[in-house]
Write a protein that binds this ligand. Sequence first.
Ligand code: FES
Ligand SMILES: [Fe+2]
Length: 371
Amino acid sequence: MGIPYLFHVAFFLDISLAYSILMNSNQNSFLRDTWYYALPSQQLRAGKTLTKVLLNEPILFGRDRQGKAFAIQDICPHRAVPLSEGRFAGDEIECCYHGWRFDTSGRCTEIPCLVPEQNIDISRFRVKSYPVSESQGNIWIYFYSGINRPEIPQFPAPKVPLFGTETYQAHTTMIFPCEFDQAVVGLMDPAHVPFVHRAWWWRADPTLAEEVKVFDPSEYGFTMRRHKLEQTTLVYQLAGDDPEVEISFRLPGVRVEQVITKQHKICNLTAITPISEDATEVTTLFYTTLPWLRFVKPILIPLTRTFLNQDRQMVIKQKTRLGYDPQMMLIKDADTQARWYFQLKKEFELSIAENRPFVNPVQSQTLRWRS
Ligand code: FES
Ligand SMILES: [Fe+2]
């Protein structure tokens, strides 16, 4: 499917300290053959369905009476009425227009208008279905390229480390009215923090300091090696002694920040999923061993939303100029992670197109910047 590119890397310069990647802003492509965050498990109750658009496709999520989640395209293959307008009964979806029925794998099981002599194999009428994976309180969906659903996705859905099968304690979601790549690049952009996220509860001191961080390649992405957390935020200060942090990114847009203190562990998962070329869903979840987290949730969630909204306001401002097709830059070293992101994406697409294993283009490296 030809979904246009947002960032077309048109030109690349490497001149001593600064390199520029000049990006054309009017093209986009959503990575396929990979997992995207779909929704929190708790939003999908047994025997119920829920519809949402992801990657420009209307998807009907459902949970059968045995508790198994499924996802099929929310378009009736007969005459395109949304299946979400019909009924979900007896673990089958009935279209509201002519009553065709489909099982949870998308296979047609009944066409009411057929008379007995009209002996056609209705099972060949199918709604497109998608692999889903449910763990740790999350439902992930696998978007594949081509028409045939893969028997088994080529790798498992992302997992939050350190928390086994446990679920999250706090969660929030926000829609960013921007292209996917812009939202992802914002996740790994250290230079904006002192300018955008200035707040007494996050970072009161506006003075910039030099940061030196070591990065290593990791599964479909890269990881900022574990180190002592120097600037601790309020939540982390309350979490215990000697906090250490490790931050990883993996395709398509998943960031995991682990903070470990002598007493506790906290993981923050941020997952980004495209809705369309102009809208992106950002979900952030907290996994912790802090027994008091549920008591501070009424404060934590609004603060997290304030924080996310600061990023959101920036992409809204940026969006007002992207229509003029500006060329944009990625500079050393502050934007190196963003540059890795585009390299990872390109290599991922190439490895799929050439039907070969993915070779991580990131090399272990120390990056320095002021923030
Ligand atoms: S449009 Fe769905 S059954 Fe006809
Ligand atoms: Fe930010």
